[in-house]
Design a protein around this ligand. Structure first.
Ligand SMILES: NC(=O)c1ccc[n+]([C@@H]2O[C@H](COP(=O)([O-])OP(=O)(O)OC[C@H]3O[C@@H](n4cnc5c(N)ncnc54)[C@H](O)[C@@H]3O)[C@@H](O)[C@H]2O)c1
Ligand SMILES: [Zn+2]
Ligand SMILES: [Zn+2]
Length: 369
């Protein structure tokens, strides 16, 4: 079929929205009609050419939500009409990692996905017979996408898809880092560095876990206001003095849990240094630049602080995303303040501009019904 899609032709240049060909889903694959897709930093990171593993041409987009249109052979977990959220972090339920509760890093299709192919090593996307690669196994800046069955979370049919798409990446990452990775306990003190989609999700997660104090640190007053709306009990302007301020706020000890959601390695260090002596756990969510390293004075670790990292919030997507969506529908999570702009697919580059200007938290592309 012919579909409209936003193609990354050349690194550093705007995406080109155009008609491309999409082949039918093969065994284990699903054709999804996209309803909405968030515009995320990872899309821009790849489009800019900064990502060393990037490739082109490819259809970008990975925060998709839509409706199953058709399924290939042997697909059992979804059927036409089901509402789904796309998963760049899939869950096969069979590999050694999927069977272990300690990780969500499914191994089933990792290699092919990283290279831009579907699990059988080919693409369904093409143009004039030339293959176009699938970005993050999703390629959801498009009217339709073919995805592996294991990369789809079936969500409640009443969840509005132009909000549900946020659970495909940043929001689940923040919520999950708190709920799954750190497993924050009730009554504790938490600090979240960064109040973008990921950090705000983490603030909401701390609230859901019953944290007593939630301190959010950011450079933007406007974003700190949003953090208050998600449950931050205290806010702090970031900078070189942030650790000192946090120690002052916590009787000199630091916080039980800290979360980093900026991608800045200096802030990651602050997250370690403001975690409490004895048992403080610092969880890193941000993606650092190529070659950057996190500097930690070992004394911080010997005296009982621990460091963890979290990919997609440790969420095993097919099981975890539907549960988070249920909590949203039950009124426990307020996603409305996160969506600042609604765009058409043709306006996708505007979404990148808004992100660069830090205008709002998320732009969501709404596809024509
Ligand atoms: N681990 C994962 O699976 C995963 C998934 C999605 C995104 N990410 C990463 O998480 C990070 C955050 O993503 P986002 O979408 O929320 O980004 P964002 O750019 O919207 O938010 C980052 C926030 O950090 C703040 N910030 C910058 N410097 C600061 C400082 N010195 N002190 C305090 N705050 C500071 C900014 O003001 C901004 O509000 C990025 O690095 C992104 O690549 C990771
Ligand atoms: Zn993302
Ligand atoms: Zn797996």
């Amino acid at each position: 079929m012919r579909i409209r899609a936003a193609v990354l032709e050349e690194f550093g240049s705007p995406l080109v929205v155009q008609d491309v060909d999409l082949a039918e889903p093969r065994a284990g694959e699903v054709l999804v009609r996209l309803v909405a897709c968030g515009v995320c930093h990872t899309d821009l990171y790849t489009a800019s050419g900064a990502d060393p593993s990037g490739y082109s041409p490819t259809v970008l987009g990975h925060e998709g939500a839509g409706v199953v249109e058709r399924v290939g052979d042997r697909v059992e977990s979804v059927a036409p009409g089901d509402h789904v959220v796309t998963l760049f972090s899939p869950q096969c339920r069979e590999c050694i990692h999927c069977r272990d509760p300690r990780t969500n890093l499914c191994l089933a299709i990792r290699e092919q996905q990283n290279r831009g192919y579907l699990p059988d090593g080919t693409t369904r996307l093409s143009r004039d017979g030339e293959p176009i690669r699938h970005f993050m196994g999703t390629s959801t800046f498009a009217e339709y996408a073919v995805l592996p069955e294991i990369a789809l979370a079936k969500v409640h049919p009443e969840a509005p898809l132009d909000r549900a798409c946020l659970f495909a990446c940043g929001l689940s990452t923040g919520l999950g880092a708190v709920i799954n990775t750190a497993r924050v306990e009730a009554g504790t003190t938490c600090v979240v560095f960064g109040a973008g989609m990921v950090g705000l999700g983490a603030v909401a997660g701390c609230r859901l876990q019953g944290a007593e104090r939630i301190v959010c640190v950011d450079l933007s007053e406007e974003r700190l206001e949003l953090a208050r709306g998600q449950g931050a009990t205290e806010v702090l302007l970031g900078g070189p003095e942030a650790v000192e301020r946090i120690l002052e706020l916590t009787g000199g000890f630091g916080a039980d849990y800290t979360f980093e959601a900026t991608g800045n390695v200096a802030v990651m260090r602050q997250a370690v240094e403001s975690a409490r002596m004895g048992w403080g756990l610092a969880t890193m969510c941000g993606v650092a630049g190529k070659g950057e390293t996190l500097d930690i004075v070992p004394r911080y670790l010997i005296t009982g602080r621990r460091v963890a990292g979290s990919s997609f919030g440790g969420v095993k997507g097919r099981d975890g995303v539907p549960q988070l969506v249920e909590r949203w529908l039950a009124g426990e999570i307020d996603v409305e303040p996160f969506v600042s702009h609604t765009l058409t697919l043709d306006e996708v580059n505007r979404g990148f501009e808004l992100m660069e200007q830090q205008a709002g938290i998320r732009s969501v592309i709404r596809f024509a019904d």
